[in-house]
Design a protein around this ligand. Structure first.
Ligand code: SF4
Length: 201
């Protein structure tokens, strides 16, 4: 699930089954992720896993969208045994976190927590095949660029793209005049995810 998922749930009231992007700097801060911090939406503060409460956060913008900037006190973080793992810096700054506005943040935190469970991964595995097919038609065969005007012609384009996609797949499996190639395509990220799932009961 992409970052657009929280707003999708708010706007349309639907639940998308897909992974929320993880914090891109998670490797630099393996100690605690944003989900390990407890927000107080009334007081506008965040409390870290070691019990330190931040000063009230400040409203800001990130990529043109509203964000809440939370900066933990330097002194508390400098004295913390988990500082290097948590702040990801060696220059003694406090942990800095950006929150989304409350409704989106709550949805994102819940989604990130849920997607670590085997139950969620089992549900998501059902989508792996169709996600890979949609991705191939969009990224490899230009499905998002309509060449014609009008629904009827657009539909024809979609059907032709689907036919072309199937022909390409078949040709990869059975090259003319040969037996099916034992060479396998590199596993997609969806496939890799499925391979790590526990088997169904
Ligand atoms: S480094 Fe700062 S924010 Fe992180 S756990 Fe320690 S005191 Fe809390």
């Amino acid at each position: 699930m992409s970052p657009r998922t929280p707003s999708t749930a708010q706007r349309w009231g639907v639940a998308l089954i897909g992974p929320v992007r993880q914090d891109p700097k998670a490797d630099a801060r393996p100690g605690f992720s944003k989900e390990d911090f407890r927000p107080d939406w009334e007081a506008h503060t965040l409390t870290c896993p070691n019990g330190v409460t931040s000063p009230p956060w400040k409203a800001t913008l990130g990529d043109g969208h509203p964000r809440l900037s939370v900066l933990f006190p330097r002194k508390a973080c400098r004295e913390c045994a988990d500082r290097l793992k948590c702040t990801g810096n060696v220059d003694g700054k406090g942990r800095h976190i950006f929150l989304l506005p409350q409704p989106q943040q709550e949805i994102q935190s819940r989604a990130r927590t849920e997607q670590r469970t085997s139950e969620w991964q089992r549900r998501y595995a059902m989508r792996a095949g169709c996600e890979a097919t949609v991705s191939a038609t969009v990224h490899a065969h230009g499905l998002r660029n309509c060449r014609y005007r009008g629904m009827a012609k657009t539909h024809v384009q979609h059907v032709l793209t689907a036919i072309g996609t199937n022909i390409i797949r078949l040709s990869e499996c059975f090259p003319p005049g040969t037996t099916p190639s034992p060479t396998r395509r590199p596993a997609s990220r969806f496939h890799q995810l499925c391979q790590h799932l526990p088997s169904a009961p």
